[in-house]
Design a protein around this ligand. Structure first.
Ligand SMILES: Cc1cc2nc3c(=O)[nH]c(=O)nc-3n(C[C@H](O)[C@H](O)[C@H](O)COP(=O)(O)OP(=O)(O)OC[C@H]3O[C@@H](n4cnc5c(N)ncnc54)[C@H](O)[C@@H]3O)c2cc1C
Length: 421
């Protein structure tokens, strides 16, 4: 929807309801124009989600994105920290190290702990005052809640769960890409007529930016006017133990799919994950079968992970699953079907029966760890290195064990293929 500068005319023949509706539309247009000052490109803001002095990792990931968006806009990336000033000082410092060049700090006791309403009021007031071009939030429980409230308050657009963000070089609009229609297409969404342009991004979608130790920036502190007693108070915070499944920060994720056949077969994935210092994830196929909690689901409607090593076991590689793991540093796929789409994005693939390959992998990892502990043989240095090399060994071992099935270890991207049978 293009910006509209024409005045709305009310025709003499209109009835009262029409006139009221015209007045409402006219007021809305006025608001839109006020929110987008002509000739000035606003900043790119990232709302820092925090618990005391500890920020959510996704906030730093977003500052990396904000830095490049701001560079393309000829603007500056800024952090927005809502809380108590003392706690916010440390977060401002960290924000500068992660790429912000300004930090807006709103200091009020009613902002701690997080309650949507006061955070919404303060963020919307800051946005009205400083007219940022873009506001980014993590697509976390809290971020989704706050983003939608602020977008409603500001009467602007919000694109949730973006997987890519870039500035259109012609229009300087934010191009917000996200899966649509059940993940079958990627839609690029723009917000041409309203400001700020708002988007949420799930944790792990973007990498952490490189930090610059000792970086500094401008701190703008405000003391919002909020009632000390808010109508909503937090009485208690109860953590769901399932949330402890730290998929997002894990260095190694071993995920099982429908090919695992039943719940008890996940024991071997637990063992492999434990040996590699990782955690177990799952495809929606496995979640829908009732073998694994939804909290472990990786993908479009699950979590987004970016580990050093992702092992997909008995997972076909549907686009909705890939959406949650395709940015892993190294992907190893184990599947009996050589045409499974998961092999298209895997760095290493083993075509074989997972019930033979996974135990062989576990045995090899154990052997190498034992050798490393004794100080001899090949050292199993990091999860990914150990797994990648043991994967090749596992393929070979399947062969020497005289398996009836064929196990093929391939490295994606070149024609080097090791076939064992
Ligand atoms: C709106 C929407 C959102 C979705 N969100 C997600 C999401 O977030 N995450 C997600 O994962 N999916 C999601 N899905 C579902 C997705 O489309 C697939 O249905 C799902 O990922 C399939 O799970 P799977 O790969 O485990 O099962 P399948 O597709 O059934 O694949 C099982 C694989 O196991 C292999 N296999 C079987 N036996 C063995 C064996 N013995 N050894 C080795 N390999 C074996 C088979 O060859 C097969 O490739 C979503 C779908 C929709 C419509």
């Amino acid at each position: 929807m293009p910006d509209e500068t024409k005045k709305t005319r009310t025709s003499a023949g209109k009835n009262n309801a029409d006139k009221a509706s015209d007045r409402k539309a006219s007021a809305a247009k006025g608001r839109r124009l006020r929110q987008r000052p002509k000739g000035k490109i606003g900043e790119v803001w990232v709302v820092i989600e925090c618990e005391g002095e500890v920020a959510a990792r996704v906030s730093w990931e977003l500052l990396g994105v904000a830095r490049s968006l701001a560079a393309d806009l000829g603007s500056r990336p800024a952090a927005v920290i809502l809380g108590i000033e003392d706690q916010c000082q440390e977060l401002s410092r960290q924000s500068f190290e992660h790429g912000a060049t300004a930090a807006y700090v709103a200091d009020h006791p009613a902002l701690v702990p997080f309650i949507t309403e006061p955070h919404c009021q303060v963020l919307a007031a800051l946005a009205r005052k400083h007219s940022p071009e873009v506001i980014l939030l993590g697509a976390t429980t809290r971020g989704r809640d706050l983003a939608s409230a602020v977008a409603t308050e500001m009467e602007t657009g919000l694109t949730a769960d973006c997987t890519a963000l870039e500035i259109d070089p012609e229009s300087l609009l934010l191009r917000q890409t996200r899966p649509a229609f059940g993940g079958n297409i990627m839609a690029t969404i723009i917000t041409p007529g309203h400001r700020p342009q708002m988007a949420t991004v799930r944790p792990g979608v973007f990498p952490l930016p490189e930090t610059v130790a000792g970086a500094t920036g401008e701190v703008i502190v405000s003391k919002p006017r909020l009632a000390a007693q808010q109508p909503v108070r937090q009485l208690e915070f109860i953590t769901n133990p399932e949330e402890e499944v730290a998929l997002q920060g894990a260095n190694v994720v071993v995920s099982g799919g429908r090919g695992m056949r039943q719940l008890k077969n996940f024991d071997m994935l637990e063992e492999l994950a434990r040996e590699l210092g990782g955690v177990v994830g799952a495809s929606r196929g496995a979640v829908d079968a009732g073998w694994v909690s939804q909290r472990r689901q990786v993908g479009q409607t699950g979590q987004t992970v970016r580990p050093a090593l992702y092992i997909a076991v008995g997972i076909s590689g549907a686009i909705q699953h890939l959406a949650g793991m395709q940015h892993s540093d190294m992907i190893l796929a184990i599947n009996s079907d050589p045409t499974a789409p998961i092999f298209d994005i895997a760095d290493y693939g083993i075509v074989g029966d997972l019930f033979e390959v996974v135990p062989a992998l576990i045995a090899e990892v154990k052997k190498r760890k034992a050798a490393a502990a004794k100080g001899g043989g090949a050292a199993a240095k990091g999860g990914s290195e150990a797994a990648a090399s043991s994967e090749k060994a596992a393929g070979a071992e399947t062969a020497t064990a005289g398996s009836e099935k064929t196990a093929t270890a391939t490295k994606n991207g070149d024609s080097e293929t090791v076939t064992t049978s």
